[in-house]
Design a protein around this ligand. Structure first.
Ligand SMILES: *[C@@H]1O[C@H](CO)[C@@H](O)[C@H](O)[C@H]1NC(C)=O
Ligand SMILES: *[C@@H]1O[C@H](CO)[C@@H](O)[C@H](O)[C@H]1NC(C)=O
Length: 293
């Protein structure tokens, strides 16, 4: 290219640039919806930790080599998230919150309309199912997702998104659930956050395209880890916790077959115990777990 051709080309670029700049609407004060977010790929094989039962401390709980940390969105301060983000190799902090239940101990619990609070959960004191159709519930969830964003998280893990399958106290349809779960995914993405699908395995096929990864607990105990085949096919990571040594070991043998990354944890979900599927544990045939007694 000659010097004069460069001038012409540069001038053409300027002309192209001007209308774009003029397009900006000065009255627009809201940040534009994000078009990019973290899209983890199962082939990256990222190791993860799931620590909800004890406040995460980078000093005490950071484990070199583990790159994905699920921590409580309310209990983890922005300074801790910033600390996590400063690590090498890169850490991806994921913000946990319950989207389908009301928890009486949360800072925003008084915001929920009484009419949207349903039946109590069997095993979790202080927790009740929510009417996921409620506009106010959605506004609160939106605020929670914004809180995750403001704290610096790169992803969210909205829990309990299978209310329609539960004795919630509300008559909810499968379509209500799909609508709510898509709302969570869209809201997260609009803020530039990756969004995980936890529970709601029954709607996996309908929903996986809208989510960036999946989270499971104990699927090996039910020999149902293969429900995640659609996630595997899409190259999206499935992060799974097993709480029994026997099913953990069986899940390790199936890790590659199911495109799943499994860890051993105790139900309290503190920093320890934490066991990864090592190469030794992965050896052997993937087969259904025999029901014990
Ligand atoms: C995990 O998968 C099992 C088996 O499909 C299912 O029953 C359970 O609800 C799932 N749990 C989560 C947290 O997704
Ligand atoms: C994930 O990575 C693999 C291997 O690099 C690539 O073939 C695949 O297209 C990726 N999938 C997605 C969903 O990005």
């Amino acid at each position: 290219m000659t010097a004069s051709a460069w001038v012409v080309a540069a001038a053409a670029l300027c002309l192209l640039a001007v209308p774009a700049a003029a397009d900006i609407n000065s009255s627009e004060v809201v940040a534009p919806a994000a078009t990019a977010w973290w899209t983890p790929n199962a082939s990256e094989n990222l190791a993860f930790q799931y620590q909800l039962g004890a406040k995460f401390s980078t000093k005490k709980n950071y484990i070199k080599g583990i790159q994905v940390y699920f921590v409580d969105g309310f209990d983890t301060d922005a300074s801790v998230v910033a600390d996590m983000l400063s690590k090498t190799p890169k850490i991806y902090p994921v913000c946990y919150f319950s989207a389908g239940t009301w928890e009486d101990w949360r800072a925003d619990s008084s915001r929920f309309p009484t009419a949207a609070i349903g039946q109590a959960l069997d095993d979790w004191p202080g927790e009740k199912w929510l009417d996921i159709r409620s506009a106010e519930v959605r506004n609160i969830m939106k605020a929670r997702i914004q809180m995750c964003k403001d704290k610096g998280f790169v992803a969210i893990d909205p829990d309990n998104v299978d209310v329609y399958t539960q004795k919630s106290g509300f008559t909810l349809t499968a379509a209500d659930q799909i609508d709510f779960n898509k709302f969570l995914a869209t809201t997260g993405h609009s803020l530039g956050l990756a969004v995980g699908l936890k529970n709601d395995v029954g709607q996996m096929t309908d929903l996986i395209d809208f989510f960036d990864f999946a989270v499971n607990e104990s699927c090996m105990d039910y020999n149902e880890c293969d429900t995640y085949a659609p996630a595997k096919a899409a190259g999206k990571p499935v992060w799974n916790m097993q709480y029994k040594s026997r099913s953990f070991k069986a899940a390790c043998k199936c890790q590659d077959a199911f495109g799943m990354k499994t860890i051993y944890k105790a139900l309290v979900l503190k920093s320890k115990p934490l066991t990864q599927c090592t190469a030794a544990l992965k050896k052997g045939t993937c087969k259904p777990l025999k029901k014990s007694g």
